[in-house]
Design a protein around this ligand. Sequence first.
Ligand SMILES: NC(=O)c1ccc[n+]([C@@H]2O[C@H](COP(=O)([O-])OP(=O)(O)OC[C@H]3O[C@@H](n4cnc5c(N)ncnc54)[C@H](OP(=O)(O)O)[C@@H]3O)[C@@H](O)[C@H]2O)c1
Length: 290
Amino acid sequence: MNFYVPLVVVLLCLALFGLLRKVSRKSKLLLKGEHVLITGGTSGIGLEFAKLCLLHGCYVTVVGRSATRLEEALKVLRDLSKRLKGKEPIGYLFDVAEANSCESLLAQAEQKQGPIFLLICCAGSCVPGYFEEMDPNVFESQMRSNYLSAVYPVQSAFKRMKELRRGHIVLTSSIGGLLGVFGYSAYSPSKFAVRGLAEVLYQECLPFGVGVSLVCPPDTKTPGFDNENKHKPRETSLLSQGAGLFSAEQVAKEALNDIISRKFLISVGFQGKMLANGFASSFKGNRKES
Ligand SMILES: NC(=O)c1ccc[n+]([C@@H]2O[C@H](COP(=O)([O-])OP(=O)(O)OC[C@H]3O[C@@H](n4cnc5c(N)ncnc54)[C@H](OP(=O)(O)O)[C@@H]3O)[C@@H](O)[C@H]2O)c1
């Protein structure tokens, strides 16, 4: 009799383990055949997200403002999708920081690729400088570039996702959106705003089965980063040296894995994760639903 007790315990543990594995597998986002729209998908981290989404079998739409950048990005993405025998990616020239442009953008994209399941808001820019020397217009333009460029597409997408009761929204903040960094008096507050928006959206989307993730990339080698470096105060460069420089591919890959796992607060690299856990400790989201 006593011999059977440990055996039953072991069998029960195995069954529980199997069940947990099944539940956790179920809770991952399944991207194959889904429409992914990426604002800022024509360069840097956004373009790497687009390539990875093609590898996952998604229908990809990228958005940017420069025709040259869009053309070059679409060439790369179309070559890749041909090799993968996937659906041809499409692209649009839209300024997503314009309030009235996003309804039309999403309607056009959905007509071609179906309902948007994953919206990745990656459009943004960084203008560093000493606070007292900064052109006052930059404070407004950084809010437009980083915060409003997320607000408008998300508003249009959320309405649609809410109706279908499915979908996932990704916002891109920054380590500079977790803590104020010397030289980022215009950039950091705009990325704090993105983080605030993500925390609100997480709660408002929850009842409708729509997920939200907030990606806070570390310093990442991209065309945008190279441009930012031309104007960076020396102190800002010195501060960021210790944290290292990541490739856009690595950042997008690690972030997409966490998005698929429906993580709310996402960062990359040891220091990035430490800062994300330390500075955004009041709200991390806790959903792991199926
Ligand atoms: N690289 C880093 O170190 C780093 C660190 C933390 C956070 N981030 C954030 O990560 C995101 C991507 O950065 P990145 O370095 O990959 O930048 P990037 O190489 O400059 O790419 C930015 C993309 O956004 C597009 N874009 C910008 N404003 C737009 C608008 N209003 N409407 C439509 N498209 C717009 C750009 O295309 P057009 O210019 O043609 O419109 C481009 O495709 C940004 O939000 C950035 O703030 C980057």
